[in-house]
Every structure is written in structure tokens, then in C-alpha cells.
Design a protein around this ligand. Structure first.
Ligand SMILES: [Zn+2]
Length: 305
């Protein structure tokens, strides 16, 4: 075989390998989606068989010293109802704050809506986006105790581990300030897009305020972006660590530079009406692990300035 041919064969082999890998990944993601759908459903009444089982298993599993055998970890689903709140679900399913918030990537105690589907493991622990080996090393637990989180590619569940206290504070949103004084003019979630006249998902909240209002850092962090960003207009993004970021859009003037470290409540910009905006307001987003979450300040309804 000459060099040219062997090159072709090599290329062919490579593309076959790539196709196989892609098909495998596709299969895994489809299998994952179905796996979640098939999990037993829990209802929050004490007569529900699955809830009884879940509570019994959790009682048993948390009694055991050390880590569970990964084979014993079972998952169930719960569909959030209108009358629910975080603490009620927590009490009924006997899981804790850290387990529910990390497994379901909730940004705050108020990050729940009827119809949301939650995953419930039968022991307490946390979910992290990390490879098993790396998680075993970082959290000092045996790799055999770690399991994948069904339907959440890249996430592993670490039984018996708690959140870092900082992350818990973030979750309680005690850390986040309201970034500007003003009236909430549009909430988080589905709404009619004012430009396209069709349903769209509003990834943050809008706070109506006169152009030039002082916008403050909702929490301490590092400025990751400061400049123009498409429809967002003049924008600032702050990385707060622990997987949290906040975004401030439609600004008129940026007062800090990319890379700067900012304190909570420090002025970072002046509000405006830049980008795809229908009137002067601040568009504000909170992201956890790359996903927009509901910025809600109930109970912590403080204004920065
Ligand atoms: Zn907005």
C-alpha cells in the first residue's frame, strides 16, 4: 500500500470512528431522556406508594454510616404543583436543601413553577457537573459511590456530600441585591415578544428605570464581559463563582472594565435603552451553571442604591 492510499484508509477509519462516536452519543442522550420518563412518579400525599417507599429508603440510607453502594441509589420524579413551595416539598420528600437544589439546578428557593419536573434521589447528597474521577478526588469519596444523574449529561451525584456554605448562601439569594431601583415591568419566563409578536422565553426580569440610573453589582464577583452584545445592547456580565453569573443589559454607560473585581452593591453601569429595548429599563439575568434562572428577591427585596 502506498503512502497516499494508507492516508485515505486512515481518513476513512477516522470518519467511521467519528460516526460511531456520534451515533453512540445520540443513543446515550435518547436513552437518557427515556430513562427519566420511566422513573416512578411521586405525589406528595402520604398515601402515595412511591412517596412511602422514598421516605422509607431515605430513612434507611441516611442511617448508614459512610457511603452508599452506588447500586442502592434510586431515582424518582416529581411534577411541581401550583400549591407547592420549596420547603413543603423538602419536608415531604425528606430530602434536604442541598440535595434538591443541586440535583434540580435551582437558582433560588423560589425557582419553581407548576409543571417543572424534579428528580428525587433516595438519599441526601449533591449533584455536580464533573467527571467521576475528578469528583472522587475533590470531595474525597470513593468513585464506586458516585452515580450519574439520569437525564443530566455530565452531572454526577455524590451521596453524603453537602454544598459549600457559599453556594448555599447564593441559593438562598441572600447574596443577590436588586441591581437598580425601579418597578418590575416584566417577569421571568414565557411572554409575548414585543418585536416578533410570538411566545418567547424571557431569560431575566426587566426593571423600569430612567436612563442614567445607577446599576449595581447584584453580588460580588469578577467582570467577565463589558461591551455591546447584540439585542442586549450595552451589557455587563459578572462571574460570582460557584457556577453563578449575572447579566445587566440595555445599559447606557459601563463604569467598570472587563477583568475588574467588583463588590456587592458597587456601581457598575448606568441604565439605558440600548439594543432591542422598547423603553428605558434594566434587563437583569441570573444564571446558574450556564442556565438562566428566575431572579427573585422575595424576602430579600433590598435595593442596591
Ligand atoms: Zn428583559
Amino acid at each position: 500500500m502506498n503512502v497516499l492510499n494508507s492516508g485515505k484508509v486512515f481518513y476513512l477509519q477516522q470518519s467511521i470512528q467519528r460516526t460511531i462516536v456520534l451515533l453512540l452519543l445520540l443513543w446515550i442522550s435518547i436513552a437518557n431522556a427515556f430513562a427519566v420518563e420511566k422513573l416512578p412518579l411521586v405525589q406528595l400525599n402520604y398515601q402515595n406508594k412511591e412517596l412511602k417507599l422514598l421516605r422509607a429508603e431515605i430513612t434507611e440510607n441516611i442511617k448508614q454510616a459512610g457511603y452508599l453502594n452506588a447500586g442502592k441509589i434510586q431515582w424518582r420524579r416529581y411534577i411541581v404543583k401550583k400549591e407547592d413551595n420549596f420547603f413543603m416539598i423538602m419536608a415531604k420528600v425528606m430530602l434536604d436543601h442541598d440535595t434538591l437544589s443541586s440535583v434540580n439546578s435551582l437558582a433560588s428557593l423560589w425557582d419553581l413553577e407548576p409543571g417543572d419536573e424534579w428528580l428525587l434521589p433516595n438519599t441526601r447528597g449533591i449533584a455536580v457537573r464533573m467527571q467521576t474521577e475528578r469528583a472522587a478526588e475533590k470531595y474525597k469519596i470513593p468513585a464506586y459511590a458516585i452515580v450519574n444523574v439520569p437525564g443530566k449529561a455530565g452531572y454526577v451525584f455524590l451521596p453524603g456530600i453537602s454544598l459549600h456554605p457559599d453556594e448555599r448562601t447564593y441559593f438562598n439569594l441572600a447574596t443577590f441585591l436588586r441591581p437598580v431601583a425601579g418597578r418590575l415591568s416584566s417577569g421571568f419566563g414565557k411572554r409575548k415578544d414585543p418585536f416578533e409578536k410570538k411566545e418567547r422565553f424571557h431569560k431575566g426580569i426587566d426593571i423600569a428605570c430612567p436612563i442614567g440610573s445607577q446599576v449595581v453589582a447584584s453580588a460580588a464577583g469578577k467582570v467577565e464581559f463589558a461591551g455591546r452584545k447584540g439585542g442586549y445592547g450595552v451589557t455587563v456580565i459578572i462571574n460570582h463563582g460557584n457556577g453563578y453569573r449575572s447579566l445587566y443589559g440595555h445599559l447606557s454607560k459601563v463604569k467598570i472594565k472587563k477583568g475588574a473585581t467588583v463588590k456587592r452593591g458597587e456601581t457598575i453601569a448606568l441604565s439605558g435603552n440600548t439594543g432591542a429595548s422598547t423603553g428605558p429599563h434594566l434587563h437583569f439575568e441570573i444564571h446558574r451553571e450556564g442556565k438562566p434562572r428566575r431572579p427573585d428577591f422575595k424576602g430579600h427585596y433590598s435595593t442596591g442604591k
